[in-house]
Design a protein. Structure first.
Length: 385
């Protein structure tokens, strides 16, 4: 009860300040509210290439991207968190006076920001596909108070449009966000434009191999699991990485990349063929040097499928995770690669190359229908129309 009361007071104060800022003139500007920022930066680049400069980025404390390389005008990138009162007030001002607002996650603050009529609030969701349930379909919502559920519904109700990469996401977003059929923009996921640019690939490969030269000439395995809600400070992964690499031999190297929400805690693994990368290394760049992806319930496989490379799924806690988070569809029917349940099976699949290329291609066609390298162009054209 106390927590909900504090949230109520916090949001009430935000609503009052936001309401006061709404008395100020509205401007033709695009405002990005970012927890992640990867989709935003591709859209920003495209807007800039078209001569549009009234772009403002509100960075939450979760956002690791500083956008410093984009050449935005001074004051156009704002640290939007309550520990920075000046920046926070500037952020509320931009939200209240912008004509287009683009977000990339759930933001409780939106429950207190009734935008002016005609303002579009577009969701640039941070995942290209979905295995686990989220938002209004997250099983944990049944343990939340009625006031909390009402707040969630207000936030999702604030969104006027959602960007999708395929029609597979339509029923998922309709269920998760309570969206209508006419609220989807079939433009593709902006950040997937990255995978269609040869120059980006060349630069990414050079950057990663310069950071981790031991990957050069190796068959690179990327292990990228999703987070577990109760293990954000220390993710307990039951794989024996050292034995796996010893079994695979010297032709292989492994890169371990934990979810950004998880504290980085696997540096202690000592093996010359294992690289544990920091949270600030973009997974998109790692994918270009990756030959095999190992994941579980992450959304990374949806993007990696664009590169047409093999994937293995190692859901070591499948039954418990499904009970806790829930899946949108049958797990083993969805994933585009072999599902293994122990280290020995993983090694066998890798050494015997037991993959179905047609399965990966079909998966990509299903989930990346509109992500064809021009997603940012379509969205920028829409925003400037």
């Amino acid at each position: 009860m106390l927590k909900e009361f504090i949230i109520y007071i916090y949001l009430l104060l935000n609503r009052i300040v936001f309401g006061l800022f709404k008395f100020l003139p509205q401007k033709n500007k695009v405002v990005f509210l970012c927890d992640f920022g990867d989709n935003a930066r591709f859209v920003i680049r495209e807007l800039q290439s078209r001569g549009f400069e009234e772009i403002y980025v509100l960075k939450t404390s979760k956002c690791k991207d500083d956008f410093s390389d984009l050449g935005l005008a001074a004051g156009h990138v704002v640290d939007f968190h309550t520990s920075n009162i000046g920046g926070y007030l500037k952020g509320l001002y931009h939200l209240a006076t912008g004509s287009k607002v683009l977000i990339d996650n759930y933001f409780a603050i939106l429950s207190a920001t009734p935008f002016r009529e005609g303002v579009e609030c577009i969701q640039l969701w941070h995942a290209a596909g979905a295995i686990k349930k989220f938002a209004l379909q997250d099983p944990s919502i049944m343990f939340r108070s009625p006031s909390a559920v009402k707040r969630f519904e207000k936030v999702y109700g604030r969104m006027t449009k959602v960007i999708i990469g395929s029609d597979k996401m339509v029923p998922i977003f309709r269920s998760a966000f309570g969206m209508r059929q006419d609220q989807f923009l079939r433009f593709g996921v902006p950040r997937t434009d990255f995978y269609f640019k040869q120059e980006e690939e060349n630069n990414a490969r050079s950057e990663i191999l310069e950071l981790y030269p031991q990957l050069e000439g190796k068959k690179v395995i990327l292990y990228a699991p999703t987070f577990r809600d109760q293990q954000l400070l220390e993710q307990k992964i039951p794989l024996n990485f050292v034995e796996i690499m010893d079994s695979l031999g010297e032709d292989f190297a492994m890169v371990i990349k934990l979810h950004p929400a998880v504290a980085h805690n696997v540096e202690s693994i000592a093996h010359p063929a294992i690289v544990s990368v920091a949270n600030d290394v973009p997974v998109s760049k790692l994918l270009f040097v990756t030959d095999y992806l190992i994941s579980d319930y992450s959304s990374i496989p949806f993007e990696f499928a664009l590169l047409g490379k093999p994937q293995i799924f190692y859901p070591y806690d499948l039954e418990a995770y499904e009970m806790e988070r829930g899946f949108w569809t049958d797990y083993e029917q969805l994933v585009p690669g072999p599902v293994v349940s122990n280290d020995e099976e993983l090694v066998y699949v890798l050494l015997h190359h037991e993959f179905n290329q047609e399965q990966v291609e079909a998966f990509s066609n299903d989930w990346n229908t509109y992500s064809d390298g021009h997603a940012s162009e379509r969205l920028a054209a829409y925003l400037m129309d």
